[in-house]
Design a protein around this ligand. Sequence first.
Ligand SMILES: NC(=O)C1=CN([C@@H]2O[C@H](COP(=O)(O)OP(=O)(O)OC[C@H]3O[C@@H](n4cnc5c(N)ncnc54)[C@H](OP(=O)(O)O)[C@@H]3O)[C@@H](O)[C@H]2O)[C@@H](O)CC1
Ligand SMILES: [K+]
Length: 503
Amino acid sequence: MTRTTPVLPAATPLPLHGIAAARRIETAAAAGLPPHTLMQRAGLAVARLALAVAPHAQRVTVLAGPGNNGGDGLEAALHLTRAGRQVAVWLTTGDIQALPPDAAQSYHRAREAGVRLHTTPDTLPAADLVIDALLGLGASRAPAGAVAQAIALANAQQAPVLAVDVPSGLHAETGARLGDLAVQAAHTLSLLALKPGLFTAEGRGLCGRLWHDDLGIAAELLAAEAPLARLGASTALPLAPRGHAQHKGSFGDVAVVGGAPGMAGAARLAARAALAAGAGRVYLSPLDPASGNDDGRPELMHRPQIWLQPQGLLDRSTVVCGCGGGSVVAEVLPPVLAQAPRLVLDADALNAVATDARLQQALAGRARRGQHSVLTPHPLEAARLLRCPTAQVQADRLNAALQLAARFDAVVVLKGSGSVIAAPGRLPVINPTGNALLATAGTGDVLAGWLGGTWAQVPQQDGWPAALEAVRRHGAAADQALLQGLQGPLRAAELVEAMLHTL
Ligand SMILES: NC(=O)C1=CN([C@@H]2O[C@H](COP(=O)(O)OP(=O)(O)OC[C@H]3O[C@@H](n4cnc5c(N)ncnc54)[C@H](OP(=O)(O)O)[C@@H]3O)[C@@H](O)[C@H]2O)[C@@H](O)CC1
Ligand SMILES: [K+]
């Protein structure tokens, strides 16, 4: 029958389906079962999860919207009433004729079972648990009317909220809010297909703990539909052990170009991260001529102005460029873009590219010359590169990352909650690890450096596997710090050390 499982941490990559595909899966699943079976299973799954996550909750309020998401809520109300809970259902519509057929059937079943049904709440009764069955896959615009009012009431009260399929007000495919109001859930039970919007942009924050129930449908029904993205695994594949006879030359060289006056720390953080990731040798080439060695890490090698040498480190290293680069980084980008065989571009290097058509051309032409690039923009940097507002990037992060990847023929890591990794010809990945402990200066430099340090060890590959692994591990270190009770931000230099001790 049906089985509810926690989604995160994800042991293996999982397919994420867009709304159209999720609907086709639902239609195909319903067609293979007696009428109304899927909704009954959905409601039972919601009720069982409610009893599991809030076993002592006696008073349960179900907020039921105008579509089939509301039908799931009515089914859950029926089961919770049978389980002896005091259940009150608040319907956003008094027009039962307007409910879709499955939801109407659940309405009548709930009424016959003696569930207390009310319409359009002005205030909510005190409850120990609230079930949000207002909007699901059919949410297509900013919440309005009674639905908006119910969302506001759910968020204003104290009890935890269990959202059915998706927190109401969240776009299941993009993870953007549809309007100002969206349910803040403590738990979300995703039904049938997992949707990308649960894992990126506002999704992670609004869903709370995420659960999944496939409602007992055949795995082939899910496999028959092409996903929009996949959720990356939360744990690393085991690495090949370091061989006895290997030496530092076996693990590649990284050169970090960055650190304009006043920003030496950014380049040093990237270099330290590259070293910790396992690169054999790490060189630091600062953009500030007055900048000296990183005395805290004597293992790093100081090599000024590598971009002026016609042949040397720039030609043979994995280059990480941009961290704390300021505006002067623009001057060194032409030789860096021309020569680096493997290049991670971050921060100010991306801003420089965004304002210079020649640099854009040089970057986009690298793949044709057999040179590989990884770009690691945060949403504002991505917006500059795409020449659009940041809100537009955040409104559809998968699409923004794919556009950048296609335009620059590169691997793109669009950072933020649920980082998106995209590359031409590949299914994008949403990273499942990470939390707001990473929202502090320098953590982006650490990511870029770690990525370079990982990539340097597998120079025959493009940047895709290194990007996936660096992003995963970066977030996993923050998740571990959170579990260990860290309250404040995970400061960037400490993040490097934390990543070393994270699998
Ligand atoms: N059928 C089954 O067996 C199964 C179904 N399942 C469940 O069904 C869910 C999908 O159901 P659904 O397609 O009916 O869409 P749903 O999200 O309930 O809402 C549509 C209604 O809301 C309205 N509306 C939209 N936006 C609005 C807004 N901003 N503010 C106010 N109103 C708004 C919209 O109005 P309209 O846009 O048409 O004017 C329409 O009336 C899915 O997520 C899952 O939970 C699963 O359990 C599997 C079994
Ligand atoms: K919902």
